[in-house]
Design a binder for this molecule. Structure first.
Ligand SMILES: Nc1ncnc2c1ncn2[C@@H]1O[C@H](COP(=O)(O)OP(=O)(O)OP(=O)(O)O)[C@@H](O)[C@H]1O
Ligand SMILES: [Mg+2]
Length: 366
């Protein structure tokens, strides 16, 4: 299944610029996620690839085939793009049965009756709904309807899948199962997939690559580990999970190693950054799990500081603590409850990463 690539896509609705020169590649057989807050342009990007909206500028290609090129005035109609689309609202036709819904993309491509029957059976079996072909959508659960939408997207043998929040209506447990199930199906079919979500857990769990979007731009791209551990900007750090930010003056102590000194912390924090940093103010991001907690007086390698526990929340498999450290309030996690109201914290220096507030700059930082 060939790769999909978009280059310098722009799109405005009236005076509002919704996509601002977006470029990315979805490599062959990979699942790449567009992750970002509501209104950041995820659906607009996906619908541009599908051919349901027309960008103002840029190019979109699928393997060797150019689907859209504003300069060449080329715009391949949606039904000729050979892509399977699951819409955000999953858009099943209520008056058609499950089987008829799935048959629809085959009928518009004028497939023969026998082929339609065979293919509908095949894809409904694939989504484990072969026995519900005669049901109407309202007789199915939300999760089953989303699987019908997926079967419909797969029916005509697309060369890539475009999925817009396909699990949005499922409860937490069903969502987990649906993710595993879809991930396995996507790998088995080797299907190049663009997946849209605003749920960071879903993005981290499912993706080969994540593209973090904000305000019509891609502000960070990389594997789930890369974008989580080195988010690059304050926005991406916060969007991918809980995060502490420490701001102070950075000075270099060795090649690629720096010390951050902050008035509101009891001591300096070491961190690494590959690029040569301009001396001056800097912000580093530290995930709660990278603050290491120990009993007061415990022997810990490296610098550690006293911390006062302000508040603890039990979250099932871990505890989330709000701590006062110097004049800062930080979040940390532990798998066991803390015995006392005062603990020691130390920072895993390999886990502290430089972030910028200005997303335009983030390329220069990484
Ligand atoms: N047809 C349209 N006409 C006018 N504005 C539009 C249209 N479609 C989208 N927009 C605007 O473009 C912006 C991006 O919309 P889009 O649907 O791409 O967001 P999204 O990232 O998919 O959000 P969500 O997570 O809520 O689905 C929004 O501000 C939206 O109001
Ligand atoms: Mg959307």
């Amino acid at each position: 299944m060939p790769e999909i690539s978009a280059h310098e896509l722009t799109k405005s609705f009236g005076p509002t610029r919704v996509l601002n020169r977006i470029s990315f590649t979805v490599p062959d057989k990979q699942l790449v996620t567009l992750l970002g807050p509501s209104g950041c342009g995820k659906t607009t990007t996906l619908m541009a690839i599908a051919g349901f909206n027309t960008p103002d500028g840029g190019t979109i290609s699928h393997g060797e085939r150019v689907l859209f090129d504003s300069g060449q005035r080329r715009n391949v109609p949606a039904e000729q793009r050979d892509l399977g689309v699951v819409f955000q609202s999953y858009a099943l036709w209520p008056h058609l049965t499950v089987g008829e819904n799935v048959a629809f993309p085959l009928r518009i491509r004028r497939a023969g009756r026998a082929e339609v029957k065979r293919r509908v059976g095949e894809v409904l079996d694939l989504v484990e709904l072969g026995h519900r072909a005669d049901a109407h959508p309202h007789e199915l659960s939300g999760g089953q309807q989303q699987r019908v939408a997926l079967a419909r997207a797969l029916a005509h043998g697309p060369t890539a899948l475009l999925l817009d929040e396909p699990f949005s209506n499922l409860d937490a447990k069903l969502r987990d199962r649906a993710r595993e199930w879809l991930g396995q199906l996507q790998r088995e079919l080797g299907m190049t997939t663009v997946f849209v979500t605003h749920d960071q857990t879903e993005a981290l769990a499912m993706s080969d690559q994540i593209l973090v979007m904000n305000g019509g731009r891609i502000v960070r791209a990389g594997s789930p580990e890369e974008v989580y551990r080195r988010p690059g900007s304050r926005f991406a750090a916060q969007f991918l999970g809980r995060c502490n930010f420490l701001t102070g003056t950075a000075r270099q102590i060795a090649d690629g190693e720096y010390l951050l000194e902050a008035d509101d912390l009891p001591g300096p924090v070491r961190f690494r950054a590959p690029a040569a940093l301009q001396p001056g103010f800097a912000t580093i991001a530290v995930r709660p799990e990278s603050l290491l907690l120990s009993e007061p007086g415990a022997d810990v390698s490296g610098a550690c500081w006293p911390a006062q526990v302000i508040h603890t929340t039990f979250l099932g498999d871990h505890y989330l603590h709000t701590l006062r450290v110097g004049a800062q309030v930080l979040e940390a996690v532990s798998t066991r409850p803390l015995a006392t109201g005062t603990v020691q914290i130390s920072i895993d220096e390999t886990a502290a990463s430089l972030v910028t507030d200005d997303e335009e700059e983030f390329d220069n930082v990484l």
